[in-house]
Design a protein around this ligand. Structure first.
Ligand code: FA5
Ligand code: MG
Length: 429
């Protein structure tokens, strides 16, 4: 199928990001609205909730080396290949990932820096950085968010210390009000590595769990105590191409399980690529926004990007305080109905439909930036006779910092409309 999204084919032969120039090719799909976010470094901005959360986590993992990758542009090799992602992994798709070109991209996770960190030879690291994923638009999804990666290694002669440390951590955890529901397995579905001594590998997995349970108590313990209930944490099996066994961790918060991180025992091949095949260890990656929204009571992920003093002045370095919502400016919504091109209708189920909602959202975001609050499909209709298919989207506009006029929103809606007609080959109804 011919991709419909041609809009990023600018006439310029190169892409410039943070002062560096890359040749443009058919993979280039990073729009200006995203490029504007590069270098904001919210996670390093003193007093910002994301920075405070990073400091608390760094404080918990005392003695770990903090790695600060300088550019969000990494090679496709770093983000995917080196970590064992298969060539057809869906995460590699242009609908999910921002490419600078065929060889360079915006990192989709802090794991992209694991192997280069291994090369420094340290035994414990933390990496904090902004990450980028093409996604839908709503109060919990934003195309830029922040992750923290943690890694820990042992050489053969350090392993006796690991068992001692695990005993100490188990004792500490038994003395705090935390309920750990461990439904994860180690076995055929989530195997240890053949090259590892099973006793040692099991101890490494235990160390990973104990270390993270301790961190979670540090983060959520006070809130749990205020609620009068012990903190509840759940461990489940997961799959990541560069770890096994692998796990995901969820925290019980406000009546639901909140997924906060993924982790596992690093596959020996990945450590070898980083020149540390003689060591073994674990890695985890967590999302800062999800945790910060809960701890600071921030209801919308877009607020992190606000420059409104009513937001920023509420927070001070190092303190977890509850956000007090201020009155929001009124929303304004506009609907857009259109016929999809016939090529979409005709595509058989086996073909990938050349329509992807992320492409549509990307145009909306590129035109309206943070002024668009929500894009939702409100109607999907196939004409009974002609078989033509039409969609209707509701675009909800709202500024976090000022009142929007109806005229201003009409101009934005008009621009979105022109761009989708031009770039996606659709026809307005
Ligand atoms: C990863 O990104 C892996 N790199 C994690 C990892 C590291 C596994 C090291 C093994 C070893 P995942 O895509 O599940 O995994 O994201 C990890 C965390 O980032 C999630 O648990 C969540 O807290 C956060 N996260 C993921 N997607 C989003 C999103 N769209 N918005 C906000 N937070 C997100
Ligand atoms: Mg996940």
């Amino acid at each position: 199928a011919v991709p419909l999204a041609r809009r990023f084919q600018s006439t310029k032969p190169e892409v410039t990001i943070l002062g560096k120039t890359y040749p443009r090719d058919e993979w280039s799909n990073t729009p200006a609205a995203i490029q504007e976010k590069l270098g904001r470094n919210l996670h390093l901005t003193q007093g910002h909730p994301l920075s405070t959360l990073r400091e608390i986590i760094e404080g918990h993992f005392a003695g770990y080396t903090a790695v600060r990758p300088d550019s969000p542009v990494v090679t496709v090799h770093q983000n995917f290949d080196e970590l064992g992602f298969p060539p057809d992994h869906p995460g590699r798709s242009k609908t999910d990932t921002y490419y600078v070109n065929g060889t360079h991209m915006l990192r989709t996770h802090t794991s992209a820096h694991e192997v280069e960190a291994y090369k420094t030879g340290a035994d414990a690291f933390l990496i904090a950085a902004d990450v980028y994923r093409r996604d839908e638009i709503d109060s919990s999804h934003y195309p830029v968010f922040h992750q923290m990666e943690g890694m820990r290694h042992w050489t053969q002669d350090q392993l006796p210390g690991l068992i001692e440390e695990n005993k100490r951590l188990e004792k500490e955890l038994s003395q705090i009000p935390i309920v750990i529901e461990d439904t994860s397995t180690i076995g055929p579905e989530n195997p240890l590595q053949d090259c590892h001594d099973p006793v040692i590998a099991t101890e490494m997995a235990k160390n990973l769990k104990h270390s993270l349970n301790g961190m979670i108590f540090k983060l959520f313990g006070d809130a749990a105590a205020r609620s009068g209930e012990p903190l509840k944490v759940r461990w489940i099996d997961a799959y990541f191409p560069w770890t096994t066994p692998s796990f995901e961790v969820e925290v019980w918060y406000n009546g639901e399980w909140l997924e906060i991180l993924g982790c596992g025992v690093v596959i020996q091949k990945t450590l070898e690529r980083g020149g540390v095949g003689h060591k073994s260890g674990w890695a985890f990656g967590l999302g800062l926004e999800r945790i910060a929204m809960v701890l600071f009571g921030i209801p919308d992920i877009r607020l992190f990007w606000s420059t409104d003093p009513r937001f920023l002045d509420q927070f001070a370095t190092g303190d977890i305080t509850t956000f007090k919502p201020y009155s929001r400016y009124p929303p304004c919504y506009k609907d857009m109905s259109f016929w999809l091109p016939d090529s979409v209708k005709q595509a058989s189920a086996a073909e990938i439909l050349p329509w992807h909602e992320n492409d549509y959202c990307e145009i909306v975001r590129d035109v309206a930036g943070d002024l668009v609050e929500n894009v939702s499909l409100i109607d999907d209709f196939t004409h009974p006779k002609s078989g033509r298919r039409s969609l209707c989207y509701r675009l909800n506009y709202r500024s976090m910092d000022r009142n929007l006029t109806n005229e201003e929103v009409n101009v934005l809606q008009d621009q979105v409309q022109k761009r989708v007609i031009q770039d996606m080959g659709i026809e307005m109804r």
